[in-house]
Design a protein around this ligand. Structure first.
Ligand code: SAM
Length: 232
């Protein structure tokens, strides 16, 4: 992967970012996503935020190498503190982190006034999708689209969200599987959850063979398997 050829995961995020978005890419690492979007002229302005010095330097190097210092501001900052009011950001991408970290970045941004609610959100949690969807709903964000991407033997969920003027509510099933993913009912969605069932059944076998069976845990896993089997 580089700034000219994104991974499939970041490419799908890039495809979902509307033309002309003023993007803040938080946890940008090498700044591949904003650099690709500016190089392909889909967007004209971005902030690449990084909290760790090494990836921040890597991002600066890629942006300089591409001659985009005027269009991409690389900033060493924690979460949405990378955003300044004059950036007039209209979209925020946070990719390749756990859902709980994404959630805490959004939460802090909301408290500190860096997340105004007018920005579109482009999120790619590696894990913890349920809790992230719950945070979005609790904070009046509607999930506008979702995707699953398979890459290097892993499956990644991508969530696009936008603040809603009215309260947002999702069922437990929608929070768990993703409201748009449920509706799309794609082959890869089925593959993901059939794999999950296999993993849970293996775990169940092990727990049932244990000298002291953790009854509550076993019951929880059985209920989860049943819930997944009702969908796939
Ligand atoms: N976004 C890129 C992608 O999806 O390929 C890079 C993902 S990388 C695994 C996660 C990056 O997020 C790391 O470079 C890490 O330093 C950065 N990061 C973690 N917490 C952060 C925070 N609170 N603020 C800004 N960057 C953060």
């Amino acid at each position: 992967m580089n700034e000219q050829k994104l991974s499939q995961r970041l490419m799908r995020v890039a495809e979902g970012i509307p033309t002309g978005t003023r993007l803040a890419d938080i946890g940008s690492d090498h700044a591949y996503l904003p650099t690709y979007l500016v190089l392909t002229q889909k967007i004209a302005y971005a902030v690449a935020g990084e909290v760790v010095a090494g990836p921040y330097q890597a991002a600066k190097k890629i942006v300089m190498r591409s001659g985009l210092e005027k269009r991409i501001q690389v900033r060493l900052a924690n979460g949405l503190a990378a955003i300044q009011p004059e950036d007039k950001i209209t979209g925020i991408s946070i990719c390749g982190m756990g859902g709980s970290l994404i959630q805490s970045i959004l939460e802090a941004g909301q408290k500190n006034g860096q997340l105004s609610g007018s920005e579109q959100l482009f999120l790619q949690p590696n894990i913890g999708e349920y809790a992230l969807r719950k945070w979005l709903a609790n904070n009046h964000y509607q999930i506008t689209d979702e995707e699953i991407i398979a890459e290097d033997g892993k499956k990644y969920e991508i969530i696009f969200a936008q603040k809603s003027p009215v309260p947002v509510s999702y069922s437990e099933k929608e929070l768990f599987f993703g409201p748009c993913l449920l509706e799309k009912n794609s082959v890869i969605f089925h593959e993901k959850w059939l794999d999950e069932i296999k993993k849970k059944k293996l775990l169940l076998q092990k727990l049932e063979q244990a000298a002291t069976k953790p009854k509550e845990k076993i019951a929880g896993i059985k209920a989860l398997i049943q819930a997944i089997e009702e969908v796939v």
